[in-house]
Structures are given as structure tokens and as C-alpha cells.
Write a protein that binds this ligand. Structure first.
Ligand code: AMP
Length: 493
């Protein structure tokens, strides 16, 4: 790969959307979304993309990266936008690939909102849904297409879509796509695209495979990073409760009944565990639903909608199912099981504290989790202060006559637990550490060192940081405000 540099040293960063050379129709849509200031990834990436550069973005879902890539793409496609009904006037010019249906759906929802005052047409295709309506939409002509790789290949094979005029390609959550085994599909899809194009790759991690992918498909990319993936957001309060294995469920119920956690994602390490815990919570009168890989696409979307409407208090999810979920203002997450991979901990707690809101991340740790916790502490470079929860007497799991705790956790309500198999709702059997080796990225073995130029996600950009040397103003930034303040002086407020 050619030299990859980070542009922050010598480029002035815009602060507000109005600082960017964006069309009034796009700015209006952004303002209707309630956005005012740019997130760090937006401030860094949008000017580069408006200048037509390929970029590798080190940013996770939740940092505002969808707008970071969508807005400049929309801007550059606007001169080609047509109000004609003819499909020929709406060839696919931008392709956004996402690893999961949920993420594709979220990208599409945002993209549609940003494009709503323009004649540009957006569509989304993912698996688990009938292909016929997707085919009809594609045949009518689509300017920007969001897709999961598998379903896109189905459409390519059925010849319902042509990618010969694509100018922009976004590979979103590229590391997840490789994890899921999409590399061959990705390579096939990229083979359908014109060589002359802009390619953007976003990834939370930059493993050797991701770098190789970037090397093969990006041209002289710039690296844009806002925070190391192992840096946890500063606005998430992290608590670790030391609990007995048998008290885990009761502790969770008590936490959910108490106020600070009106709505949460509860993370577990296995599908089986998700189902068990959900049933157990429901028996305790908590509105819960499970989200895991065994659920159909329709079930997942219905559950997600119900959760977003506030009809479900606890969404019990596995890591795979929760990937890329963007749920606005989620007040908290609970790690019912400590994840085996420290990297998953960072992803999990990133589900809360989004868009600048504060969040609470609670981890229930048993004596068995000491090693995993130590790995997490090493990764995020901070020590947890372990707390204990005083269980209310009614919440305590019943003990056997000889004083031994029951092998599994039983419902604290005697009626509810009667006749139920032992261990229902109990501790989740750990899945072996084996099988996770593919996630090994030597990058994560290095102790975390703050990038002096990187802003933790959602922390307001430090306008006074100048770096060394003189900074240039990108032509994509409207140079009409506060240049003095950005350079460290005192511009007008
Ligand atoms: P993303 O990382 O693209 O999934 O975005 C995470 C969330 O932040 C989404 O709900 C966006 O609607 C929201 N968001 C994106 N950009 C901004 C912004 N500049 N100000 C406030 N919210 C934003």
C-alpha cells in the first residue's frame, strides 16, 4: 500500500455542518435530524471525501460514521441526480456494504433521511426477505444501494442489478464482514465494479487481513481515526459487580427493577443462555426478548422495533446479534456474562453512551471471570473497582435445607419456579475459548497508547490543538468562521 497518513496534523477541522461545502438540501436534512456539530469522524472524514480521497476509517458504529460517508457521497452525486422516472437515469452509483441485516437497515434509514430533499433514490437489500420486491425496486432504478454481500450476490446472479456505473463503494464494519466469512463474497462483488472509483473502508480494528483488503482495493488511502478501538467512550460509566454465580439472575432482576436501568441490552455468551435468561426474566415480570442468531430476520426486526418503542425493557442478546445495533439513548448495558474477548467488551459497552449521551455499563463478574476481567483491564488500561450488590431478601435464590445453593438459579417466586427444570435462567455455561482464535489481532496485544491527535468518540474536538507546522484549509470547508479560534486564537463566539 502507498503511504497511509493521518490528515489531522495539517488540516483545519470544521466544527459545524454549515462549515462544510454541502448543498442546502443536504444541510436541511441534517438539521432536521437535530445534528448541529460534527462528530470527530465527521470533522475529519467529510472534507477528505469531498476532495475525492479513498479513506480507511478507524471508527465504530455509534461515532456518527454513517453521516461521515453518506453526506459527501450524496453531495458528489447531486450533479447527476435526475427527477426522471426512467430507470436508465438512476444507475447504482454508490454501493454501501454492511455485514448484518440490522446494520444495513440502519445505514439505509439514515441515508434515506439525509437524501430526502434530493431526487437521489436509495434502496436496501438484505437476506431473509423476499427477493421479488427488492428486484422490482432495483429494476425501477436506484442511485444509492445499501446491501449485505450475500443478498447482493443473489441479485447480481439474477441480473437484477448492474454495478458497472458505481463511483463510490463503502465497506462498513469491514472487520465484521471478514469475521462472518464474507471475504470471498466481497472479492467477487468488488470484481463487478469499475476500477475507477472511490473506496471507503470502515473498521473498528485493523488486523493484517483488513490491511490486506485495503491494500488490494483502495488507492493511496488516508487513515482517519478518532479513537483507538480499545479506548472506551468517556461518557460511559463502567461498574463491575462481584457476584456469586447463583446470585447473578437475582442481581440482574434487582438492577432492572431499580431505577438507573429502565432499558438495557443484556449481553450473554450463548444463544442457549439468551433464551433461558429471557424466559426467566419474563417469569419475574420483566419485559424481555431474546436476540440471537437462531431468530429469523422478521423476528429480529419485530423485536428491535418493540425495543425501540420501549415495549421491551431487557433485550437479551449475544454479541453477533447485537453487532451494529444503533438504539438511540440506550441508558445502559449489562454484561450478564463477562465476554471471553476483551475486544467484545469494548463493542458491548459502545452500545450505550451514544451521540454524546451518558451511559451505564454494568458487568456481573464471578470468581471464574477473573482472567477475562484482567484481560479487559489490560486492554482499556484501567482497573475496575469491584463493587458488591446488597440483594434484597426477597431476591435471594432459595438455598437447600443443608445450606448448599441450588445447582441452578431458581425464580425467587416459588410459584413461578415450580415444575421448571433446574438451571432454567441460571448461569450460562461458558463456550470454550477455542474457536475465537480468528479474532487474534496482534494490534490488541499492544498496551493502549492514546493517539495525541485522536479525540475520544463524542468528546468535542479541541479547537485549540494546532499540531506542529502550519495547517491548510481544505477547499471543502467553508472558511467563513472562527479560523482564529481554530488556530488557537480567540475568535468571536
Ligand atoms: P452511526 O455511527 O452512524 O451509527 O451514528 C450513531 C448515531 O449518532 C445515529 O443515531 C446518528 O443519527 C447519530 N448522529 C450522527 N451524527 C450526529 C451528529 N453530528 N450529531 C448528533 N447525532 C449524530
Amino acid at each position: 500500500m502507498n503511504t497511509t497518513t493521518t490528515p489531522t496534523e495539517d488540516t483545519l477541522l470544521p466544527e459545524r455542518f454549515s462549515d462544510l461545502a454541502l448543498d442546502a438540501r443536504i444541510l436541511r436534512a441534517v438539521s432536521e435530524m437535530g445534528y448541529e456539530t460534527l462528530t470527530p469522524i465527521q470533522a475529519k472524514a467529510i472534507p477528505l471525501l469531498l476532495d475525492g480521497r479513498d479513506i480507511m476509517g478507524a471508527a465504530q458504529t455509534g461515532t456518527g460514521k454513517t453521516a461521515a460517508f453518506s453526506l459527501p457521497i450524496l453531495q458528489q452525486l447531486l450533479p447527476l441526480a435526475s427527477t426522471s422516472v426512467s430507470p436508465a437515469r438512476h444507475p447504482v452509483r454508490a454501493l454501501m456494504l454492511a455485514p448484518t441485516r440490522e446494520l444495513a437497515d440502519q445505514v439505509y434509514t439514515n441515508l434515506k433521511a439525509y437524501a430526502k430533499h434530493t431526487p437521489l433514490r436509495c434502496a436496501c437489500v438484505f437476506g431473509g426477505m423476499d427477493m421479488a420486491p427488492q428486484k422490482a425496486e432495483l429494476r425501477n432504478g436506484v442511485d444509492l444501494l445499501v446491501a449485505t454481500p450475500g443478498r447482493l450476490l443473489d441479485h447480481l446472479e439474477a441480473k437484477t442489478v448492474n454495478l458497472g456505473q458505481v463511483q463510490f463503494v463503502v465497506l462498513d464494519e469491514a472487520d465484521r464482514m471478514l469475521d462472518i466469512g464474507f471475504l470471498p463474497d466481497l472479492q467477487r462483488i468488488l470484481g463487478f465494479l469499475p476500477k475507477q472509483r472511490t473506496t471507503l473502508l470502515f473498521s473498528a480494528t485493523f488486523s493484517t487481513e483488513i490491511k490486506r483488503l485495503a491494500q488490494s482495493y483502495l488507492q493511496n488511502p488516508l487513515l482517519v481515526e478518532v479513537a483507538r478501538p480499545n479506548a472506551t467512550a468517556t461518557n460511559v460509566e463502567q461498574r463491575v459487580y462481584q457476584v456469586e454465580e447463583d446470585d447473578k439472575r437475582a442481581t440482574l432482576v434487582q438492577l432492572l427493577r431499580d431505577n438507573p436501568l429502565p432499558q438495557v441490552i443484556v449481553f450473554v455468551n450463548s444463544r442457549l443462555g439468551a433464551g433461558r435468561l429471557t424466559r426467566s426474566l419474563e417469569r419475574d415480570g420483566i419485559k424481555a426478548a431474546a436476540m440471537h442468531g437462531d431468530k429469523s430476520q422478521a423476528e429480529r426486526l419485530t423485536t428491535l422495533d418493540a425495543f425501540k418503542r420501549g415495549e421491551i425493557q431487557a433485550l437479551v442478546a449475544t454479541d453477533v446479534a447485537a453487532r451494529g445495533l444503533d438504539i438511540a439513548e440506550l441508558p445502559g448495558v449489562v454484561n450478564y456474562d463477562v465476554p471471553f474477548s476483551a475486544e467484545d467488551y469494548v463493542h458491548r459497552i459502545g452500545r450505550t453512551g451514544r451521540a454524546g449521551a451518558s451511559g451505564l455499563a454494568i458487568t456481573l463478574a464471578t470468581a471464574r471471570d477473573a482472567r477475562s476481567l484482567a484481560d479487559i483491564e489490560k486492554l482499556i488500561k484501567r482497573q475496575f473497582e469491584k463493587q458488591t450488590v446488597q440483594l434484597q431478601p426477597a431476591m435471594r435464590p432459595r438455598r437447600d435445607a443443608d445450606g448448599d445453593a441450588p445447582r441452578g438459579l431458581r425464580s425467587p417466586r416459588p410459584m413461578a419456579s415450580r415444575g421448571l427444570p433446574e438451571n432454567l435462567g441460571g448461569a450460562v455455561a461458558p463456550t470454550p475459548r477455542m474457536g475465537r482464535t480468528s479474532r487474534q489481532d496482534p494490534w490488541f496485544d499492544k498496551p493502549y497508547e492514546a493517539d495525541p491527535n485522536a479525540q475520544p468518540a463524542w468528546e468535542p474536538a479541541d479547537a485549540t490543538h494546532t499540531g506542529s507546522g502550519q495547517r491548510s484549509v481544505s477547499p471543502s470547508i467553508r472558511p467563513r468562521r472562527k479560523i482564529a479560534a481554530l488556530l488557537g486564537g480567540h475568535g468571536e463566539k
